[in-house]
Design a binder for this molecule. Structure first.
Ligand code: HAM
Length: 409
């Protein structure tokens, strides 16, 4: 039997992978335009990074981590997310001041699998470290918003909230715990267990939606500084034309956040995985990991979900030139021509299968080649027969003119 990919993982092959390619290109281009450098961090980290960074009493750390011991007896974990890693890398490098980075890559969470909810899934994200200004929140949220627009997903709305500063949450937490305790008999066992450890997480519990609907909301219990910050974020988003919706009970599944939290949701993509991406401000994280105070904000977007929401029609990009070989005696010349075209930055390909000329033209058609250059006997006279596929008409051009001909469409 042929081995199969593990449950909750996916293979990506053409033509489906072309959408991914387009998505990654758009993200790369956008993050360069917004001034984000590239960060790459290990796919596995010391387990402690996530239990401390993401939080002991979170779904991710309690239930979803791929944790193993290596041959040296270290406890390692396949990264369930990248924010903790980026902050670790920043602290470890001894850097200070502002760092703006973008990343993309696989993350690992042991989930109940379904469409758009995978055990190995792919995120693109940005992190903006070292900047406390609300304008950094606005820049990050706007970047994600533009990303969806440039992909052609134009029904994305930003769900927005502020969960305040840690000191605001002490008072709020007390009120929430009292509220939940009074209604403990109506709560799910998971929610009851969380009242003590992490009561904010109850707000996120689908099973407890009717109790949660009446619960005090973190967004309504902000201190002065957080209120001011949140007002500035909203004003900035309005000025940038970013559509957002205030959701006072929006909380996140990771413990490192303070103040601004947000999610990108597609209005038409109704599955349980409507959250195409999420992020927020996480000023406390660097200190949690033992570093100096480092304000920060960022997001991560779920590529597996986003490609499901992307408009159809992402085929492989067309070839500029397909080089056809009349007679295999000309094979070397044809390969020289292909190499030259590629060297000049054109997309060129050739059939190495010794097929008939007719079959090669069919192949060129399938590859959506804009032109075919036929290498035949006229090569000896310094000529190549060329055909534009839309017009069908053939002419001959000098070998050194083929590049110009291919460009000049
Ligand atoms: P998160 O909310 O855990 O945040 O994940 C962000 C996004 O990743 C989700 O909105 C979703 O689109 C996608 N995602 C999460 N789990 C899965 C899964 N099992 N299968 C497919 N997609 C999934 C974070 O990861 C934070 N690090 C975001 C962040 C960056 N905050 C600040 N900076």
């Amino acid at each position: 039997m042929i081995p199969r990919a593990p449950k909750g993982t996916d293979d990506l092959l053409p033509p489906a992978s072309e959408r991914w390619r387009r998505l990654l290109r758009v993200f790369d281009n956008l993050s360069v335009r917004y001034g984000y450098g590239l960060s790459m961090t290990p796919f596995f980290e010391a387990t402690e990074l996530f239990s401390r960074g993401v939080g002991e009493v979170t779904e991710i750390v309690e239930k979803q981590m791929y944790t193993f011991e290596d041959k040296g007896g270290r406890s390692l974990t396949l990264r369930p997310e990248a924010t903790a890693s980026v902050v670790r890398a920043y602290l470890q490098s001894g850097a200070s001041g502002v760092l703006k980075v973008a990343y993309s890559g696989p993350m690992f969470r042991y989930e109940e699998t379904q469409a758009g909810r995978r055990r190995q899934f792919y995120q693109v994200g940005v992190e903006y470290l070292g900047e406390p200004s609300a304008d950094a929140d606005v820049e990050v949220i706007e970047l994600g918003y533009r990303f969806f627009q440039e992909l052609g997903i134009d029904d994305v709305v930003v769900l927005l909230n502020s969960i305040g500063d840690p000191e605001d949450r002490i008072a709020y937490r007390g009120r929430l715990v009292a509220f939940l305790m009074e209604r403990a008999d109506r709560l799910s066992p998971d929610a009851r267990r969380r009242i003590k450890g992490n009561p904010l997480r109850v707000l996120d519990s689908k099973a407890d939606a009717d109790v949660v609907a009446e619960a005090p909301a973190p967004g309504n219990h902000l201190g002065e500084a957080a209120t001011e910050h949140f007002a500035a974020v909203q004003a900035g988003l309005k000025r940038r034309g970013v559509e957002y919706l205030l959701v006072p009970r929006l909380v996140r599944g990771l413990d490192y956040y303070n103040r601004t939290v947000f999610e990108y949701e597609s209005r038409s993509y109704s599955a349980a995985q409507a959250s195409l991406g999420a992020g927020g401000r996480y000023d406390p994280l660097a200190e949690t990991l033992g570093g100096p105070p480092t304000p920060a904000v960022g997001f991560a977007l779920g590529v597996d979900r986003i490609v499901l929401a992307m408009p159809e029609g992402d085929e492989a990009p067309p070839l500029d030139v397909f080089v056809a070989i009349v007679d295999q005696a000309r094979r070397g010349d044809a390969l020289d021509l292909v190499a030259k075209l590629r060297g000049e930055g054109l997309a060129a390909d050739v059939d190495l299968g010794e097929r008939s000329l007719k079959a090669q033209f069919r192949l060129a058609d399938r590859r959506r080649a804009r032109g075919v250059a036929v290498v035949g006997d006229e090569w000896d006279d310094g000529l190549v027969t060329v055909r534009r596929m839309d017009e069908g008409e053939e002419t001959q051009v000098a070998i050194e003119e083929v590049v110009a001909w291919a460009r000049n469409r």
